[in-house]
Design a protein around this ligand. Structure first.
Ligand SMILES: C[S@@+](CC[C@H](N)C(=O)[O-])C[C@H]1O[C@@H](n2cnc3c(N)ncnc32)[C@H](O)[C@@H]1O
Length: 206
């Protein structure tokens, strides 16, 4: 029997989350397959990541890159010793760049809902020998962190994937220290997508 295909608007938040988890786990495990979005090192270079830095990293750190800009580590005025929380850290490319910014006295905590992505980031970052990073499987909507515990929250392309953006923002507000800062690269709609564009789950970033 064929599974019923639903319109995107008919999917629950939990169903959308599982589709997102499945898709990015696939990217972590098969980064060279064909996707509806760009993946990998050449994409990162085209977006403006510094070739010298990327070339010095273990190959796997950029292999599953699917961010939407190269600005995270460049745009924040990160200081040594600061604690950064990265939402949807994926394969760990920005995580590595950010960890270098805050140095050994600082810390980067990367969270991602896909266990396969987290495993990939842990392996790649481990090969780079960075002592100040920790990657865990978690939802941005339910952060496993205490109140007022981080100086920065950053992300590179996670909000567009969550149907519960307000819950994420509430969590960001909760975990940020007073005067903490937020830096997010995101896809923003400039108009409502048409019915055809939001047709059904088979069309959706498959
Ligand atoms: C567009 S990718 C970007 C990954 C990474 N930032 C990069 O630049 O390569 C989004 C990532 O966020 C993760 N993600 C999506 N929704 C999430 C959520 N609600 N909570 C935690 N992670 C999520 C996905 O598994 C995926 O790895």
């Amino acid at each position: 029997m064929e599974a019923a295909i639903k319109m995107i608007g008919e999917l629950s938040s939990g169903e959308i989350r599982e589709l997102v988890r499945g898709k990015y786990s696939e990217v972590a495990l098969n980064s060279t397959s064909k996707y509806k979005f760009r993946v990998g090192k050449q994409y990162a270079l085209d977006l403006g990541y510094a070739a010298g830095e990327i070339e010095s990293f273990p190959e796997m750190l950029a292999e599953s890159f699917t961010g939407v800009s190269s600005y995270l580590a460049r745009c924040g005025e990160f200081a040594p010793g600061e604690v950064i929380l990265e939402l949807g850290a994926g394969g760990g490319l920005d995580t590595a760049l950010l960890a270098r910014k805050v140095g050994p006295s600082g810390k980067v905590i990367g969270i991602d809902l896909s266990l396969a992505m987290v495993r990939k980031a842990v392996t790649g970052l481990g090969r780079l020998g960075l002592p100040n990073v920790r990657c865990v499987q978690a939802l941005a909507e339910e952060l496993p962190l205490p109140d007022s515990s981080v100086d920065w929250v950053v992300s590179n392309g996670i909000f567009n994937l969550s149907p519960e953006k307000e819950r994420i923002l509430e969590e960001v507000h909760r975990v940020l220290k007073p005067r903490g800062r937020v830096l997010c690269s995101e896809i923003v709609l400039q108009r409502e997508p048409s019915l055809e564009e939001r047709f059904h789950e088979e069309d959706w970033f498959k």
